[in-house]
Design a protein around this ligand. Structure first.
Ligand SMILES: Cc1cc2nc3c(=O)[nH]c(=O)nc-3n(C[C@H](O)[C@H](O)[C@H](O)COP(=O)(O)OP(=O)(O)OC[C@H]3O[C@@H](n4cnc5c(N)ncnc54)[C@H](O)[C@@H]3O)c2cc1C
Length: 267
């Protein structure tokens, strides 16, 4: 199942570029050779967004991409920390711990085709995941959803199918409906696995669909997180016990963010 991370770095990283890609989302690039070398798809970094005391707590972000020594984040500006990060000037420093958390399982020998399903800023980990799966000879199909076309950030992904609630780009409907619409075609491609990241209602609907259709699925969950390294216990998530009997509580920063979709307590 989901792979644990081993080598973690705690560094002062220099921001090499901040690029606004629209819809309140920016790509933040920074120099971090050790994090770049050890990053696995699904891992995240915990970032102290500025030198001032506030915001005190670090903010977690999925590793979006790695190019040589440079790590990239895809950040949506939703509050004080993400606003500071999206406006950080080139050459400024930020404290970064990572790579943290577990990763998506990409070493499934029987896997032929992977469906990468994301919603909104949940697209962030899908570029690194696509690259890793393609390097292993696994075909990837990206299913990317958003409320409108402004919420879709698929420019750097390949083999994409889009879904928007208002029909402004691609299929009119949500990304789970898009998957179900094409499921027979996907199944004809041989052994399938679904990898997903997005808002919790989307992941719940996807998990239910995968159970109905007997599809293996891993999801990357989000929760408010404090330390990111298993000390503060701020990111506890209750899941179904892997045995199927009762529930278990995990720390998402350590035992996640990637979990088997079968373990979600569908609400
Ligand atoms: C493992 C993990 C990976 C993540 N990856 C990414 C990523 O790649 N890109 C990205 O843009 N974001 C990502 N997030 C979410 C990101 O960490 C939050 O958006 C960020 O911490 C908000 O900080 P802020 O100071 O801007 O918001 P605040 O000012 O602290 O809060 C603004 C509002 O957003 C709400 N909020 C804060 N954190 C979250 C959260 N985690 N989920 C939902 N609502 C929240 C608050 O309750 C508040 O209403 C990830 C979260 C986790 C746990």
């Amino acid at each position: 199942m989901c792979q644990p991370t081993t080598a973690v770095s705690d560094i002062d990283a220099v921001i090499t570029s901040t690029r606004d890609i629209g819809g309140g989302v920016s790509i933040i690039s920074f120099n971090a050779p050790d994090i770049a070398r050890n990053a696995q798809p699904g891992n995240f970094v915990n970032v102290k967004v500025g030198p001032a005391a506030q915001p005190l707590l670090r903010r977690p972000f999925s590793i979006h991409n790695v190019e040589d020594d440079v790590v990239e984040l895809m950040v949506k500006n939703i509050g004080c920390g993400t606003s500071m990060l999206c406006q950080a000037p080139e050459g400024s420093c930020m404290k970064v711990i990572g790579p943290l958390g577990n990763s998506f399982t990409t070493d499934t020998s029987s896997l032929k085709t992977a469906l990468l399903v994301s919603g909104g800023i949940g697209t962030a980990p899908m570029l690194l995941l696509e690259k890793e799966l393609n390097a292993k000879g696994i075909e990837t199909i990206q299913l990317v959803g958003g409320r409108t076309k402004e919420d879709i950030h698929a420019e750097r992904l390949h083999n994409c199918m889009l879904a928007t609630d208002d029909g402004s780009a691609g299929f009119k409907g949500n990304v789970v409906e898009l998957l179900e619409h094409h499921l027979d075609n996907f199944k004809a491609k041989g052994p399938l696995k679904v990898f997903a990241c997005g808002p919790n209602p989307m992941l719940n609907a996807l998990a239910a669909s995968c159970r109905r259709n007997s599809l293996s699925c891993e999801v990357s969950l989000e929760t408010v997180m404090g330390c990111g390294i298993g000390i503060c216990y701020g990111c506890q998530v209750e899941l179904r016990h892997p045995s199927g009997e009762g529930t278990t509580t995990i720390l998402l920063c350590q035992d996640g963010p990637v979990v088997d979709a079968n373990q979600l307590l569908l609400t």
